[in-house]
Design a protein. Structure first.
Length: 202
């Protein structure tokens, strides 16, 4: 197991707790995260092995849902907290990277979770989360001006979401949302809803 910043001796002492697994992904990786959580990729998968899911601008398909479809299901019931972070520009292109039929909004509509927080990063595109070495990404989808703030905020939200679950406290996530250096729209939730996370983790 790779433990960032750890010496080989320290890393050798790490024993993962498989009862506290969380899953996350961007774009089609978000779709895979959902499929894993729902147990759609293997008969042996069990959604209850996970304790949280973070979907970063998830996409279910290019022109329609791909197998296994997620956004057309009526049984997206997850027994743990879910955070969905979408982008404003993801569907704004001649051939959108995140078409409306399969984007974050479609995921939010079908998700029934123990607790869900849904936010949209304003003035950013689907590919802006990628490293600058992926120079072609801005040619594929509408892009924001400064990409680094999105990367920092999305990383902070992911880490503090999981931290809030593990520590049974909404404080880390609430602080990250309030201190976000980018515009966030909240179609179905407000900052006050973050405090509800505390009562859902006991």
């Amino acid at each position: 197991m790779l433990l960032l910043g750890a010496t080989p001796e320290e890393a050798g002492e790490v024993v993962p707790d498989l009862e506290k697994l969380m899953v996350s992904g961007h774009s089609r990786g978000g779709k895979v995260a959902y499929a894993l959580a729902l147990g759609l990729l293997s008969e042996s998968q069990d959604q209850h092995k996970y304790i949280g899911l973070f979907a970063l601008d998830p996409v279910d398909g290019a022109i329609g849902p791909m197998n296994p479809p997620i956004v057309t299901r009526d049984d997206v019931d997850l027994a743990f907290p879910v955070f969905i972070l979408g982008t404003e520009y993801g569907s704004q292109c001649a051939i959108p990277c995140a078409p409306p039929c399969c984007s974050h909004n479609a995921y939010a509509k079908v998700t029934h979770a123990e607790w869900m927080y849904y936010a949209i990063a304003l003035e950013y595109g689907h590919m802006d989360i990628l490293d600058d070495s992926m120079y072609w990404s801005s040619l594929m989808c509408k892009s924001g001006k400064e990409k680094e703030p999105l990367r920092k905020v999305s990383g902070a939200l992911l880490v503090t979401f999981f931290e809030s679950i593990l520590t049974h406290s909404p404080t880390p996530l609430a602080h990250a949302i309030s201190e976000a250096s980018i515009g966030l729209a909240h179609p179905t939730s407000t900052h006050s809803h973050v405090t509800n996370l505390n009562t859902r983790l006991g």
